[in-house]
Design a protein around this ligand. Sequence first.
Ligand SMILES: Nc1ncnc2c1ncn2[C@@H]1O[C@H](COP(=O)(O)OP(=O)(O)OP(=O)(O)O)[C@@H](O)[C@H]1O
Length: 246
Amino acid sequence: MRLSEATLSYDGVRLFADLALELRAGRTTALLGPSGVGKSTLLRLIAGLEVGDHVRATVVCDDGGPLAGRVAYLAQRDSLLPWASALDNVALGARLRGEPLRPARKRAASMLADVGLGDRLHDRPGRLSGGMRQRVALARALMEDRPVILMDEPFSALDFLTRLRLQDLTARLLTGRTVLLVTHDPLEALRLGDAIHVLHGRPANLDAPLEPPGAPPRAADDPALLARQADLVRRLTGEHHAGAGS
Ligand SMILES: Nc1ncnc2c1ncn2[C@@H]1O[C@H](COP(=O)(O)OP(=O)(O)OP(=O)(O)O)[C@@H](O)[C@H]1O
């Protein structure tokens, strides 16, 4: 899938000018970059969500078909229904599509068990911690079973160990899907990304991708991964661009 000619301004400031991004089919592309550079906006643009008036972009899928109806979007804010239980939140899509409720709820319960919330099925979001709500939102996105998944910092509210566990689970459940993962965490990008881009500057540019060897999820304590993390940190702090003379 390819986004091209993405051009977008807010209040006369150009966030993107002819930006292009390739998402390889069946792979995870991770997107890092400083706060405010435009990562969430880029994700929303690809998802076909409202991003403002001064916008132009082309999204083309590899098979030439439309993206609409084939994409699940996991927003930065969990956007759970406050009056519905965790179970009903996860089964919401199936309910809206008029699918038989009993099997949908069964699958939702198993998805919630997978994200470690098997004992909180009937709690409403207000009774859950921020990290738990994020896990419910993740379960809801996974439940949708779409070929393309766009995720905006899905693990940011989680403690380190839960984050590692959820990264493992996500990598397992999303094998073969086309994924765009926005994250602030270089280690997360390296564990899950087949291609890792850093977005920087205004209008924003994308670095050539870093492509770690091996299949996700990569071990968090792998020395080769940690060496690449140093490279990524240099890219994020701008040393890489200074060194490249750009
Ligand atoms: N609806 C909007 N109207 C005006 N400006 C906006 C709007 N949405 C985003 N922006 C601006 O566009 C820029 C990029 O925002 P965006 O949320 O995409 O950044 P980000 O890289 O995802 O940041 P973070 O890492 O902090 O989530 C910011 O300067 C933000 O203030």
